[in-house]
Design a protein around this ligand. Structure first.
Ligand SMILES: [Zn+2]
Length: 119
């Protein structure tokens, strides 16, 4: 029994290790960490980056030339916003008693600007 648990834990750590290696290799070869395609210096290729952004579907209705901002609580997925400026989004953290470590800032700024910011 004890041995079975040991080996299971071992398999998981090997799997994680391989995932880390694949991630590191893709980063090293300038490949998308999601699909392995050309990432042009970013973590993800433009297609995967775009798909990742489109989780926030409501942003699609906001014109790209008027970026807005939102704050997502990492633990609960609760969204605050949208806000007109990053400063407003940051101020909302104070009201919600959240720290920067507990949230993710998102914006609907043009995709090229965001990809550059992620590297
Ligand atoms: Zn990709």
């Amino acid at each position: 029994m004890g041995a079975a648990v040991e080996s299971e834990r071992c398999d998981n750590s090997v799997k994680n290790e391989r995932a880390r290696e694949r991630y590191a290799r893709r980063r090293a070869t300038d490949a998308c960490t999601d699909c392995g395609g050309p990432a042009h210096g970013a973590c993800r290729c433009p297609e995967c980056a775009k798909r990742s952004c489109e989780r926030f579907a409501h942003f699609k209705s906001i014109p790209a030339w008027e970026p807005s901002y939102a704050v997502i609580e990492l633990d609960t997925g609760t969204e605050h916003g949208p806000f007109d400026t990053e400063a407003e989004a940051a101020a909302s953290l104070v009201f919600a008693k959240l720290s920067l470590d507990e949230v993710e800032f998102v914006s609907d700024a043009p995709i090229t600007a965001r990809v550059a910011g992620w590297t």
